[in-house]
Design a protein around this ligand. Structure first.
Ligand code: HEC
Length: 141
């Protein structure tokens, strides 16, 4: 091994270490941005996810919907609400935005008369809490 070869190998390893570091930092940044996205959507509801989780149980939503993080019997009456932050539509009718989700929770019969989800008399502030919790579900949550 000549000194020349040794000198050549040093920078190579250092370069590899830098590359690994850059990739790791990049992945961490992407994860932060993705997580921040879901948090921002939850914030946009104006609700409190912890209160929402309790309200989803209290109003019996979990009797018809499978909702991650809530203990309930296995049910398939309504569609599962897992990965909610990744959904494009609410009930296949409205774009999945915080306002539309809140509207749906308050008055599903007005949006889609005759559908199998009853109006449960959820006050708007409670619907916002529920929406805040649902938007924590999914990739970013
Ligand atoms: C009696 C059963 C039942 C109860 C109780 C119920 N839902 Fe539903 N829910 C449904 C059904 C059925 C649908 C599908 C309606 C449709 O697509 O037209 C639905 C749809 C939804 C959707 C849209 C799902 C999707 O895949 O787009 C959301 C969100 C939702 N419900 C939230 C709630 C919340 C929050 C509560 C509690 C306040 C609740 N539901 C209570 C039966 C129920």
């Amino acid at each position: 091994m000549s000194p020349t070869t040794d000198r050549g190998r040093g920078p190579g390893l250092a370069g590899l270490a830098v590359t690994v570091l850059v990739v790791a930092v990049g992945a961490a940044l992407i994860a932060m941005v993705a997580g921040g996205g879901a948090d921002r959507t939850a914030l946009a509801t104006g609700g409190d996810p912890d209160m929402g989780r309790a309200a989803l149980l209290e109003y019996g939503c979990a009797a018809c919907h499978r909702i991650p993080g809530l203990r309930h019997p296995d049910t398939t009456v309504g569609p599962p609400l897992d990965a909610w932050s990744e959904r494009t539509h609410v009930a296949g009718r409205l774009a999945n935005t915080p306002e539309n989700l809140v509207d749906w929770i308050i008055d599903p019969q007005q949006i889609d008369p005759g559908n199998a989800m009853p109006d449960l008399g959820v006050p708007e502030s409670t619907a916002r809490d529920m929406a805040a919790y649902l938007y924590t579900l999914g990739d970013g949550g």
